[in-house]
Each structure stands twice: as C-alpha cells, then as structure tokens.
Design a binder for this molecule. Sequence first.
Ligand code: EPZ
Length: 419
Amino acid sequence: MDKFHIVGPTRLVGRVKPSGAKNAALPALAASLLLDGEKLTLHRMPRVRDIRTMMRLLEHLGVGCEDTGGALVLHRDRPNPDHDAPYDMVKTMRASVLVLGPLLARFGHARVSLPGGCAIGVRPIDQHLKGLEALGANVQLTHGYVEATADRLRGARFRFDMPTVTGTENLLLAASLAKGTTVLENCAREPEVVDLGNLLNAMGARISGAGEETIEIEGVDGLGGAEHAIIPDRIEGGTYLIGAALTRGDVTLEQASPADLAPLLDKLAEVGAKVDVDGTDIRVRAEGNLNACDLETLPHPGFPTDLQAQYMTLMTSADGVSMIRETIFENRFQHAPELMRMGADVRVDGGSARILGPRHLTGAAVMATDLRASACLVLAGVAAEGETVVDRIYHLERGYEGMELKLQSLGARVARWVV
Ligand code: EPZ
C-alpha cells in the first residue's frame, strides 16, 4: 500500500487546475446505459480510481468505453441480459447504485447489489428505492441484492425525506424514459445534479429545475448521443484553496467554478483569508493570524461535508475555539484522532467537534480512513513541522487525480512511497 511522505512546513504558492468532478462524472457514466445505439462523448473525465471502477461495471453491463486520451467515448454495443451489478464491484464503490435507475428505465429490469456499510456512515438507499417504486417499479430485496422490475416506468410525484445527491440523480436517470411527467420534491441541489440534468437534456431528455428543490421531468421514448464536458471538481479545488489558507500561502485555482465554491469562499473570507475571483480563476492567500469560525455542514448551497475534514485542519491553525457540526454523515470525524497525533487539540462529541487553536502541528505517521480524511491529513502534513507519512493513500486515489504532482507544483515536498 503506497504512502505519502511529506516534509513541512511549506507555504503553498502557485496556480493549479482542478480535474473534472468525480461526483459529476460517475452519474454521467451511468447515463450511457440509457443510450440507444448512439455515442456519448465525455470530456474532462478525472483519471481517478472510482471512474475506472464505474467503467469496469459498465463494461460488464455491455457498454463499450473508449479512452481517446482527451475524452471517453461510450456506446452500448452488447446487451448483458443479466442487467446486474455484482457485489464484488458495488462493494468497492457505493456510487455503483447509480446504474439501478437507468437499467430499470432502459430494460425494465435491474439486479444491483446493496452497497453495504461505509466508513463515514450507514448510508442507506431507501429513498432511491421508494422513488423508483413511486414510478411504478416492483422492488424486492433478496440475498443482498435489489431486484427491480417494471414494464415501463410511469411519471409520478415523489418527495424525498431528505435531499440525497445520488438519490436525486438515480431518479433523474430513471424518470427521463418514464411514460408521462415526474415531479421530484426536496431534491438535492448540488452542482453535480445540475451537470447531470444538462447532460441528459443534451441527450434529448426534458428536465427542468435541476439545481432547485423541485425538478420536473417529462419522460421521452428514447435518448440519443451527446458530447459533454464534466464540471470542474469543486471539492478537489476547494482542498487546494484550504491548503493555501492553512499554509499562509497564495494559490490560484484556474478554470474553476466560483459559484459552485461560494460556500467555501464565504467561509475562507470569514476566517480572514483574502479571496479574489477573476472570471473562472479563484485566488486565495493568507498571512499571520486567522479567526476560528464555527461551521455546520449542510446540503448545497450549504457548506459541503466533503470539505469538512480539510476545514478542520485549517481550524487547528486559527486563533480561538471553533465548533464543527457534521449534519450529513454520522461518522465523519475519523480524521480527528490522526490530527491529534500531529498535535491538534480536537474534542469530538457525537456529531460535533471542538477545535482549539492555534496549535503548531508536528509531522507524524498517520492513517487515512476515507477519501476526504486522507486529503485533510495530506494538508496537515504540508503545514506540519518535520516529516509526515500518510498511510493507506489508496483512499485518496479514489477521488484526487495526481495530488502529489499538483502539490509539488505548488512547492510542497511530497513524495509517493511505493511499498
Ligand atoms: C454524495 O453521496 C457524494 N457521492 C458524497 O461524496 C457526498 O458526501 C454526499 O453526496 C453528500 O454531499 C457521490 O456523489 C458519488 P446523500 P450520497 O444521499 O449521494 C441519507 C466523496 O467524498 N440518505 O446525499 O451517497 C444519507 O445517509 C463522497 O466524494 C438516506 O438516509 O449522499 C446521508 O445522511 C463521500 N437514504 C444523507 O441522506 C437514502 O436513500 C445525504 O446522503 C439516501 C441518503
């Protein structure tokens, strides 16, 4: 298992470009199951492990994936009558559940393994299943699998109990080919949901309101091919901007989407960092003391839970006490004890964490537990005094393309130890 070896402290300085958003690329790939003979060309696909996992699943389901270097070209060339997503594939990546809606809508049948447990929370998919049942699907849970059938899905009104990102995306994918109109309420409003809506509309769907609480989908009989560029990754980009503030550096994120990052940029300004937006470039710089500011994670347009861990690292360097309330996932503070190994003063109590700063972090051997926790520890290593070794960086590779290279381009002394 590879590790990152980091020597600090280093100020991050320079320009960096985010890759395409992993969480927009995954539902876009699943949309290829809706194709009817034409091709889907996706640009700015991030070269990360989760994308490769989804491509393997799609190959298994009969979708050909051609990597032309600049883009991924998808076409459904050999139907797989099983329409199944086996446990071995789904267990490595929960987002595999995104094939459920399109398989059901396109073929009237889907057999998808239940994702099982996750490090950051229980993460049930009951809302996905209830939504598909509302569209007329017959859903059975047997032997760890969801078995769903429907002659043809039909439009309906469905209200989510809570905004769910992949739940909203699964229903968008399914309702696109349903008979009649679907109205979804209490939807997730994340930029990745908007990106999927734009892609499906480019394929011939009739979706209005993606990005709002209520989305309307007028079903069509078939979808065609399209060409689409995935939005920039706001979580990857936000990670580097938090790194700029933490290390009292000066980083410009190029070709980003400032509107998608507004919750973070507002918070960085509140903390005392200098934030400048120039078109699609975002510059963050900081020096001296920063203010400790409380945070609550919320569905978009609230502060994203996927930047909570990185923000905690920043708060270890700020003056005073800050409280972080994690409202999305029930077990998303596993990075805290690792930060404490580096000298941070963090007290976790259920869904809240209290951080006392500033604390001078010192390098240590730490262990990554999930994707965003690993990014938080890498940032801590860049800011800490001495050597840090981050173990289990396979978590990081799920969602960060070439992180050590991008950090090196900003001046960080980080190297991959191939073990
Ligand atoms: C998406 O996960 C992202 N993953 C996550 O990013 C992100 O943390 C999360 O949204 C929240 O922003 C992808 O897009 C692939 P949810 P998702 O359904 O869709 C509960 C990363 O680091 N819920 O919006 O699985 C759920 O337990 C990953 O890139 C139900 O109870 O999250 C949670 O408490 C981690 N029943 C809340 O809703 C359901 O059927 C929000 O989860 C669905 C969700």
